[in-house]
Design a protein around this ligand. Sequence first.
Ligand SMILES: [Zn+2]
Length: 272
Amino acid sequence: MKILIACDMEGITGVTRWEHCDPTHPEYQRFRKQMTMDVNAAVEGAFAGGVEEVQIADGHSQGQNLLIEELDSRAQLNCGTTSPWSMMNGIDSAFGGVFFIGYHAMAGTANAILAHTWSTQILNWKINGQKIGEFGMNALIAGWFDVPALMVSGDQSLATEALRFVPDIDCAVVKEANGYFSGKCFSPAKTHERILECAQLAVQKKREGRGPQPLKMNAPYEVEVEFTQPYMAETASRLTGSERTGGRSVTITVPDIPAAFLAARTLCNLAV
Ligand SMILES: [Zn+2]
């Protein structure tokens, strides 16, 4: 079995501030190392569970965060932008499952560290009326390839969100958020143990024919992006086929998940 580890940074062990995830800030160097260690724990767990291959997708900012020289040498790294699947760089139907490491809750979530969706310009992403964050969107991309989301790591609010989309997903909670910039963080020694055990269990369940099914939604897909400011919706609504559906909102209906992801990404890129 092959596993893809899709990783982000805001849900990494100890991260509570944007500065921790900002490549221009001195604190970033500490937390990119921590991100590498969280990912290594997941790689270790995957191999302990019996997988043959692990690929990693570095999904934060420009996809250049993980320290390749400190990564478990059994894993391969998909990094850099602008890859077709962005945070899911490398995904295809050959994978047996995806781990989401260092993920965060969607924009607007209470008691969730650095909760956002794609950028801080976005109030909401909705698909067919349902609010969706980065976990849900990326799990849908995996699902389009018939690949299930097997585990997540992040704070407890991310875990709650992931369980709403994938009821039997395994969750490694590395911090308990009590605010946007605050929470009780567990030590790396503890979180790496949790991530490793969770990853190993998720792979074992998958190999035994248990565990989550690929996440799917019924087509067609009405994608709505709600921005923080009306001028962002003005420029985003220049996308052919889209419609201005509110002061802050633009909507477009597309036939499949790749088009839904591309539409959401393009609308966000058009907003200035
Ligand atoms: Zn990120």
